[in-house]
Design a protein around this ligand. Structure first.
Ligand code: I3P
Length: 353
């Protein structure tokens, strides 16, 4: 579809602002000690945002995670998401199917249409930041498996993934990988799963933005239950009302997925939970469906069983279970947090969908 009428779009699609590979080494290890400092001081300890696209239309708009350049704000309240590199239609089809399902349509951002612009394909989606004032935002990649089963057969070793691996852990490559200076995607994705909480918890925190602070995107080594809990605790900032709304919404989404025939016959790999709140609203959606695939005829998944090649399990609901139980454990904000200016007055919060 031609979209000439969207005259502002070329500017934003082509605009890339802050990019880079600044690291946040020590962010989580310092977490415990800076938790006792004030919230804003804590975030001052982190470096400027990495891999974050700050777009021009609104200085408040940002892309928290995902493939760099893949998102751009479009009309008011909408974003364009570029078709993934694998360049198939998977994500569009999933959005179309889910948006037509009266039960499942509210667990995803609103899907509007497919758009073609300068030879590239995009899907137009609800801008999840729209309507929130200086919000807290977190992106949680769900599942115990983040790669497609088809990666297992692929032997191509990639230099870019080797480079990303040694930044995270210089000692990780084997001798052979070191000689080749390259690793397969399977190797890299499993390495990322093991370095983070993906394997143990069935989810990992990809990025987080707290009020008034730049996004923090290098959370690749947040792994232990304590580190995960501390990060979630920091995200919630002592807001008991938000914690309860969030729990209710997570349980609702989990239950919809559990009961859904659609999800019984699909693996949902690499999807994220996008969670956002401000003083008056909480929003939670499942996003990123480029690796959500229909299973071969006759196969089903329960999203909790351990993955073995061929069973297509990806641990999506296992991740929900763990996330819900961790958030249930964050109770009774400390007296210090109660003094936080954001937690003083707690207006009614509604779940936004
Ligand atoms: C990337 C991340 C992406 C993945 C990408 C990885 O690693 O796992 O989800 O894209 O693969 O490089 P990291 O988070 O460490 O940057 P897909 O989900 O599309 O597989 P890619 O380099 O092949 O795009």
């Amino acid at each position: 579809m031609c979209v000439n009428q969207y005259t502002m779009v070329p500017a934003v699609v082509n605009l890339v602002a802050t990019k880079g590979r600044d690291t946040y080494t020590g962010f989580i290890s310092e977490f415990t000690c800076f938790k006792c400092k004030s919230f804003s001081n804590a975030l001052d300890l982190s470096a400027p945002a990495s891999d974050v696209l700050l777009k021009s239309r609104s200085s408040n708009w940002f892309q928290l995670s995902g493939h760099p350049d893949s998102l751009a704000p479009a009309g008011p309240g909408t974003v364009w998401k570029k078709r993934s590199c694998s360049s198939d239609d998977t994500e569009r089809v999933v959005y179309e199917e889910l948006s037509q399902d009266s039960t499942l349509c509210d667990i995803i951002p609103r899907y509007y249409r497919e758009v073609e612009y300068q030879g590239e394909k995009f899907i137009e989606l609800q801008d999840l930041l729209h309507g929130f004032q200086d919000p807290y935002v977190i992106d949680i990649k769900m599942g115990t498996r983040t790669f497609l089963e088809s990666e297992v057969q692929k032997k191509t070793a990639r230099e870019d993934l080797y480079q990303k691996m040694v930044v995270i852990d210089p000692h990780a490559p084997t001798e052979e990988e070191r000689r080749k200076k390259a690793v397969t995607k399977l190797r890299y994705m499993q390495f990322r799963e093991q370095q983070s909480s993906t394997c143990s918890h069935g989810f990992r925190i990809e990025a987080m933005k707290c009020r008034g602070s730049p996004p923090v995107t290098d959370l690749k080594k947040v792994k232990s239950p304590e580190e995960v809990l501390n990060t979630l605790d920091m995200f919630l900032g002592g807001r008991e009302d938000v914690r309860q709304r969030l729990l209710a919404r997570l349980c609702e989404i989990r239950s919809k997925i559990e009961q859904s025939e659609y999800f019984k016959i699909r693996e949902v790999v690499g999807s994220s939970l996008f969670i956002i709140y401000d003083d008056s609203k909480v929003g939670v959606w499942l996003i990123d469906f480029a690796k959500t695939n229909k299973l071969p005829e006759g196969k089903t998944v329960n999203h909790r069983t351990t993955w073995v090649q061929g069973n297509h399990e990806e641990g999506l609901l296992y991740g929900f279970d763990r996330l819900i139980s961790l958030i249930e454990g964050i109770k009774n904000p400390s007296p210090e947090k109660q003094k936080d200016p954001f937690t003083k007055s707690v207006p009614a919060v509604s779940v936004k969908s």
